[in-house]
Ligand binder design. Sequence first.
Ligand SMILES: [Zn+2]
Length: 367
Amino acid sequence: MIHPLPLAQALIRCASVTPEDAGAQILLAGALESAGFSVTHLPFGNIHNFYAERGGEGPHLGFAGHTDVVPPGQNWRKNPFGGDVENGILYGRGACDMKGAIAAFAAAAASPTRHGKISLLITGDEEGEARNGTTKLLDWMAENNKIPDFCVVGEPTSRATLGDVIKIGRRGSLSATITATGRQGHVAYPHLADNPLHRLIPALAALTAAKLDDGNEFFEPSSLQLTSVDTGNPARNVIPAQATALLNIRFNNHHTEASLSDWLTEILAAHAPHADLKISCSGEAFLTKPGAAVNLLMDTIARETGLTAEQNTGGGTSDARFIARHCPVAEFGLVGATMHQEGECVPLADLQNLTNIYQKFIESFLA
Ligand SMILES: [Zn+2]
């Protein structure tokens, strides 16, 4: 048996500010081993990760979570690594994102089941670079035939009340650096210079004027945001030699990294020929179309909370973007109102109710 509260407290007391582990994974792996799981530690670089499984033939359900947390900041009234409970609320960095959810799914997964397999994919590299964590764990799982039929990520998806929102997809994120080069000169003698801003700005105007799409049933419209335009030039009488713009596009499943980079290239060719374009995409958009598993999760949440969860695809990126390449995935966890904030906390009732929902979902999925 695993009890969610003491496990969540013990995890919070490990100051696992990314990329540190601070004993969090040994503690969690130990609890799982005592409950009958077999654990394979899979460190990559300086990052701790592990895969744990229990059971055998039949359907295979996975849970994914990260033990690393963001730095606490300066203004906590409580010890961010104390795991204190006051008035029925558990405080600490990671309480909702996502040590609380990890404790809940570990407790649920440790309850007896008749058949099938439950696995846990635990990483210490979600809040950081995300390079030595989930992607490499999934490669190992694929090589060893351990990809589950469906995976639940315990990110804090609930908005105001436990069970009001699940995520069935996420937007992609693409960043671009555009550099236009000209020739420096005196503003009074523009014919002797070549002002790169005069090409870069029309290109940016064309990019921001364009409508990428109207969104769809599952996604908001894609959005391009300029984040910087810079020449490094402090003088009012000098035409700069170079101008650089930074932008980010949060895009839905109408687009891919490839289609967006073609579009950017086309606009630049029309307005700022010869400008240099550098692109980095931290994740493609993905969508798990509602089907049997998502419906079962929705039904379980409805039975336990009385709520019909909204199927959302907004917010930032999460490790679900990597899992989606291997199997259908949904995200469901605690209320995220205090995540990454000073005073991060979770009501004990939510911790217990989340454990119950995960447990009922496991029972139905593996039935
Ligand atoms: Zn998280």
